[in-house]
Structure formats: structure tokens, C-alpha cells
Write a protein that binds this ligand. Structure first.
Ligand code: PEP
Ligand code: MG
Length: 325
């Protein structure tokens, strides 16, 4: 079926009633980039840079990172490349970087928290990203943000990196867009405040579901409780999207839920700007997008917000008729 779907790889991602929903790829390897390009992805909505750090026995140098970011940016032919800064800790480890033994690694020393303490490592990555920004439409995204202070501290390091490059006469995109992952419930609750600090949001449903439901996403003995269709999640999505829109901040989704064709009416109904997913899901999601009306999806949203259980939510999405207008 996948071979058959390749015929729509070049088709514009638009609903029958004219809503363009950009379908971007999550990538964490060059192989995934190739699949993304074959599937006609509108660029990369989430570049998980961890693999660059995992593939070696020391931190990658600025030059090494720059070469990778530049080559990916160039392959995208002007489509966006959202580079997420290092998100290690939690489930992701580096052999050469000793992290403390923690009882709750997902709630621990990880992601932006490490970057803000190890500003040397953070600035090296930001310099590499900035230098690559002249070779495509590069954006910077910070993971696991839970406060306005973190955004401001990260931006202060970014400002310093920019200043250094200017002094060294190294060009970069001065208008580079800055965004954050929305994947911690606290970030949802202050989304209106965070929206005033950044250019874009990308909702990470993998961690957002884990933290909202207090269900470790790696723990198999409770995997039946890990439920993206829990009524709390659609409510959080709505809060986040509305806060973004009120502030003119672009909003997308990049967790696994974005790659589930069943969830598509949610994105259309809430009117998000883009969704980013595993390269393998792009064509399936596009196939549904091409026959799903946004008008109908909008009418479905109040119904979803009224669902009391995950089963009700799943049933409401299953009963939804794409062509209803
Ligand atoms: C997420 O948390 O939804 C996400 C996209 O990031 P990761 O899966 O890399 O934590
Ligand atoms: Mg995450």
C-alpha cells in the first residue's frame, strides 16, 4: 500500500475545502531524512540532534555539527529545518557524559536543564546551528521548557553566540526563528506567557502524555495507561493552540500522535499550522488529509471536548465522516 501511496508524494497537502496543513518529518538519522524526502515531506519539523552526539565517544565539535546541519538544510530545498537542541537524559544517554544516578530520570537532569548548566556545550551547538542557517530555512527549538525564565536564559546564550559570530565576521540568518517544545503540563498552563517569548510552539505529545497522565512512557507494566486519547490531552491541545493563536505564535505538533491518521481531525479542527511525524507516516496521513474537510473537523471539536473517556474519544473520531460538511 505504501508503494501505491507514493503517487501522492508530490501532491500539495490540502483539504478539499482549502486548508493547507504542512506535513513535516521527525528525523533522527540520515536514513529517515531520505525517507522523508521520498515521501514529499514539507521539510523537517523535528531534527532530533541526539544521534550526532550518540554516534561517537566525545562531544561533536562545532565544525562537525555545522557540516551535518548544513547538509540537511541544503537537501530540503528551502523547506524549513527545525533543529531541536540537545535532549539527552531521560531515556537518552551518552557513554562519555556521566549523568547522575537518578530515581526519576524523566523528571531529572535532562534536555534544556543540562544546556542551561553546560552553556559551553549549548553555545557550541547554537553556533553550529546559526552558521548553518544561511543554507536553508533553519529554526531553533528548545526541548522540555517549563518556564519563561528558561526561555530567556536560553535566548541569552543564543544572543551571546550571535554576538561572537558577528565579531568573527561569520554570517548567519539574523531573523532566525526561535521556538519551544510544549511537552510539560506547566508549559501548557502558561502557554499564553510563553507565546509572548517565542516565534513558534511545537507540541510534543510523547512527553506531554507521559507527564499529564503521570505514566512513564518506557514502563511496560503501565503501558495500558499511556493513553493519548485521554480526555485531558485534547483539552491541553486546545489551551495551547488558542494561546498561541491569540499571540500570533505559530503552533504545530510533533509527538507520535501527529502520525496517527485517526488524530487528523483534531489538528484540522483546532487549526494547527503544521504537524511533524515519523517519515513512515507522512503518506498515510496525507492520504487522509486530501479527503478530510476542515469545516467538518471544526464541528467535531466541541464533541471531543465533551468526551468523558478515552473510549468515547476514540469512538467519536472513528464515527467522524471525513466528507461531512
Ligand atoms: C515528544 O516528547 O513528543 C517529542 C516529540 O520528543 P521526544 O519523543 O524526542 O521526547
Ligand atoms: Mg520529548
Amino acid at each position: 500500500a505504501k508503494g501505491e501511496l507514493s503517487r501522492i508524494a508530490g501532491v500539495k497537502p490540502e483539504t478539499p475545502d482549502g486548508k493547507v496543513l504542512n506535513l513535516r518529518a521527525n528525523i533522527s538519522s540520515f536514513k529517515e531524512l531520505e525517507i522523508a524526502l521520498e515521501s514529499g515531506a514539507q521539510g523537517v519539523g523535528l531534527f532530533r540532534t541526539e544521534f550526532l552526539y550518540m554516534d561517537r565517544n566525545r562531544f561533536p565539535k562545532e565544525e562537525e555539527q555545522f557540516e551535518v546541519y548544513k547538509s540537511v538544510a541544503e537537501k530540503l530545498n528551502g523547506e524549513p529545518l527545525t533543529i531541536r537542541t540537545l535532549d539527552i537524559g531521560g531515556d537518552k544517554h551518552l557513554d562519555y557524559f556521566e549523568l547522575p544516578e537518578e530515581d526519576n530520570p524523566f523528571l531529572g537532569y535532562r534536555a534544556i536543564r543540562i544546556s542551561l548548566e553546560r552553556t559551553d556545550l549549548f553555545k557550541t551547538q547554537l553556533r553550529a546551528i546559526l552558521r548553518a542557517s544561511r543554507y536553508g530555512k533553519v529554526k531553533i527549538m528548545y526541548p522540555l521548557v517549563s518556564s519563561v525564565d528558561e526561555v530567556r536564559s536560553a535566548n541569552a546564550v543564543l544572543a551571546q553566540a550571535k554576538r561572537e559570530l558577528q565579531e568573527e565576521g561569520i554570517p548567519f540568518d539574523e531573523q532566525i526563528k526561535i521556538g519551544i517544545m510544549i511537552e510539560v503540563p506547566a508549559a501548557v498552563m502558561i502557554a499564553d506567557l510563553l507565546a509572548q517569548e517565542v516565534d513558534f510552539f511545537s507540541i510534543g505529545t510523547n512527553d506531554l502524555v507521559q507527564f499529564t497522565l503521570a505514566v512513564d512512557r518506557m514502563n511496560e507494566s503501565i503501558s495500558h495507561l499511556y493513553e493519548p486519547y485521554h480526555p485531558s490531552i485534547v483539552r491541553m491541545l486546545k489551551t495551547t493552540v488558542e494561546a498561541a493563536k491569540r499571540n500570533g505564535t505559530t503552533v504545530g505538533v510533533c509527538g507520535e500522535l501527529a502520525g496517527d491518521p485517526k488524530a487528523l481531525p483534531i489538528w484540522l479542527g483546532l487549526d494547527v499550522d503544521e504537524i511533524s511525524m515519523s517519515s513512515h507516516s507522512i503518506l498515510q496521513v496525507k492520504e487522509r488529509l486530501l479527503r478530510t474537510s476542515q469545516h467538518g473537523s471544526r464541528k467535531l471539536v466541541p464533541q471531543l471536548l465533551d468526551c468523558r473517556t478515552a473510549s468515547e474519544m476514540i469512538a467519536a473520531l472513528a464515527e467522524f465522516k471525513d466528507e461531512i460538511d
